[in-house]
Design a protein around this ligand. Structure first.
Ligand SMILES: Cc1ncc(COP(=O)(O)O)c(C=O)c1O
Length: 459
């Protein structure tokens, strides 16, 4: 490589080209979408491996994997070559009518790594939110019960169906009157004591009776648990992230997921694991569910799945997924780009790289070492807690907004990181699983420096 794969700031970001792009963007994009300030963001022009170049020629280390997508690194040569070749052969097919060959090949490849193996049945989609929509539709078809139990702080997406199960009031509030009101929220625990409280709340939510039966009804409410008053009978689904990602990389205590599974099944509901962020090696296991040895009834995957192209899936065993009727020629759930040949090709190449380069083992080994190094290097009074599994790390700085300030400080030092947590109190790291030893060393040094400047610590 001619250029060093290390951060290099030539113009204090955001530089002049970036500021010009921000002005142009402001004129054409809805103002809700991109946060634009005097300090943030930078505009990406190029990325390879774990480094990203901006429009001003600055180079950054990407410690986010671009929302966890670039798990195998940006523009991985094997994935890029596969996309190039496929682009010259077939770029679009007719997903649910005349399917591209690549769709079949990708589905076979994905089924082979799912917990149900050959018994897996999969519906493909284009975004994580859509995979969640499919999972929620499946649980209704399979159980006949519309009600859902979800967890506070959960992030399942922002489409109306997935937003109904997303446990963050800031996203929900403007649309509350249009959200399905049969979702009951229970707390997500990170300690054994919290787990007991959470399981008690789960029991209550699962025990809701049929509407009109009186006692036992559990009111649905906002993500903060404000009673909404509507009753929807016993829920048909319990949905959760095995590790809450955007809530600040929150890991439940040992045994919690198994207890959730046991109680969910005893109540006749289906368990959905949203592994859109945590899946595909990031946590040091292929799926985060493996840490607790729990197999859910449905699993949602996305983000890294398409090797950088939009691709997601909802999967389960045939016994659950056959709740969907045989297509009579009009699929009950599909979309124009379903089984897109380019995305499926990239997905196959990504799974080849994931296995061939043993990225899951890298996440386990290097992620743990990075967490230990952070524990060593970060002054105790600057953080509340360092959490995570594999290379999925949340540095809880304890103060609202400290993660946001840390993100801006990191940018100035040539690092791309993201804030997380309900109050922007966490710095979230989910880098490409290809950082070299030198890149990890530089990343560590500059993360520590950014946190020192941003100022964390218990309020
Ligand atoms: C756990 C989880 N589920 C669902 C989603 C939504 O995915 P998308 O943004 O692709 O719709 C996300 C996105 O961050 C996520 O982290």
């Amino acid at each position: 490589m001619v250029d060093p794969p290390l951060p290099r700031i030539v113009t204090s970001p955001p530089g002049p080209a970036t500021r010009d792009l921000a002005r142009r963007l402001r004129r054409v994009e809805s103002r809700n979408v991109t946060y634009l300030s005097d300090h943030f963001p930078v505009f990406w022009s190029r990325a390879r491996g774990a480094v990203v170049d901006d429009a001003d020629g600055n180079r950054y280390l990407d410690l986010t994997g671009a929302f966890g997508v670039a798990l195998a690194g940006h523009a991985h040569p094997q994935i890029t070559a596969a996309i190039r070749e496929q682009a010259g052969i077939l770029t679009h097919g007719m997903g649910d009518v005349h399917p591209p060959v690549r769709k079949v090949e990708f589905l076979e490849r994905l089924a082979a790594i799912l917990p149900w193996g050959e018994r897996s049945r999969i519906t493909l989609a284009n975004s994580g939110s859509e995979a969640v929509e499919i999972a929620l539709k499946t649980t209704l078809l399979a159980t006949g019960r519309p009600g859902v139990v979800a967890f506070r702080g959960a992030y399942h997406g922002l489409t109306l169906g997935s937003l109904a199960a997303t446990g963050r009031d800031d996203f929900r509030e403007p649309f509350r009157r249009r959200l399905y009101s049969g979702v009951r929220f229970v707390p997500f625990p990170t300690t054994a004591v919290e787990a007991d409280e959470s399981l008690a709340a789960l029991d209550l939510a699962l025990a809701a009776r049929e509407p009109g039966q009186g006692a036992g009804d559990v009111s649905s409410g906002g993500a903060g648990g404000v009673p909404g008053g509507a009753t929807h009978g016993p829920p048909g689904a319990v949905i959760l992230e095995p590790i809450q990602g955007r809530a600040g990389v929150r890991v439940p205590p040992p045994g919690f997921l198994a207890e959730v599974a046991r109680r969910t099944r005893a109540a006749g509901a289906l368990l959905v694991f949203d592994e859109i962020f945590s899946g595909l090696g990031r946590t040091g296991r292929l799926f985060a569910l493996e840490h607790d040895g729990v197999v859910p009834d449905l699993i949602c995957v996305g983000k890294a799945l398409g090797g950088g192209l939009p691709l997601s899936a909802c999967a389960g065993p045939v016994s659950v997924m056959d709740a969907w009727p045989e297509s009579p020629g009009e699929a009950l759930h599909t979309s124009t780009f379903l089984g897109h040949p380019l995305a499926c090709t990239a997905g196959i190449a990504f799974l080849d790289v994931l296995e061939g380069e043993e990225l899951t083992a890298y996440a386990a080994r290097e992620g743990a070492a990075f967490r230990e190094a952070l524990e060593r290097e970060l002054p105790r009074d600057s953080i509340r807690e360092i959490r995570g599994r594999g290379f999925f790390i949340g540095i809880d700085l304890g103060r609202p907004g400290a993660g946001v300030r840390g993100t801006e400080e990191a940018l100035r030092r040539g690092l791309i990181v993201l804030p997380a947590g309900a109050h922007g109190e966490v710095l979230e790291l989910s880098p490409p699983l290809v950082l070299s030893a030198l890149q990890r060393e530089v990343a560590l040094e500059r993360v520590v420096e950014s946190i020192r400047i941003a100022g964390g610590g218990d309020p």
